[in-house]
Design a binder for this molecule. Structure first.
Ligand SMILES: [Zn+2]
Length: 137
């Protein structure tokens, strides 16, 4: 299932790249045509369409990487706690996690069960970490 989803995403990306290349070519051709074909009285309209396509594409390309960055700014983690010894453990959120889900035998006391106690998002710092005041060591 996951492999198929990945392949589908790749096809969508490929189609987007192809559409972008075609749009750039069409836009450039329209601009080139309008700048060289002085006898065509519609060249002004062609020039406008050419620029319109390129500007539109520029905005789309600007918007695409931003989507990826948003996903990188936060990470979801699950906090597990043993119901016998009370030991806690933090790990990355896995698909299918939910509060009070049992996650197997505790390795510390060998009798308790790990239970998911909390699921929350942790903001990730990108680039230079900005800390105000003293940095805790
Ligand atoms: Zn335990």
């Amino acid at each position: 299932m996951e492999k198929e989803a990945g392949r589908g995403e790749r096809i969508i990306q490929l189609v987007l790249v192809l559409v972008a290349i075609i749009a750039i070519l069409v836009g450039c051709y329209l601009i080139y045509y309008s700048l060289t074909q002085w006898l065509d009285f519609q060249r002004g309209a062609y020039l406008m369409y050419g620029f319109f396509i390129l500007i539109l594409l520029f905005y789309v390309l600007l918007a695409l990487p931003r989507k990826g960055k948003i996903q990188l700014t936060a990470k979801t983690v699950s906090v597990l706690r043993c119901n016998q010894c009370g030991a806690s453990m933090v790990r990355d959120f896995a698909k299918g996690d939910y509060i009070f889900k049992e996650e197997g035998r505790c390795g510390r006391c060998n009798s308790g069960t790990w239970i998911i106690e909390e699921i929350f998002e942790v903001p990730l710092r990108r680039g230079k970490p900005r800390r105000q005041g003293k940095s805790p060591r």
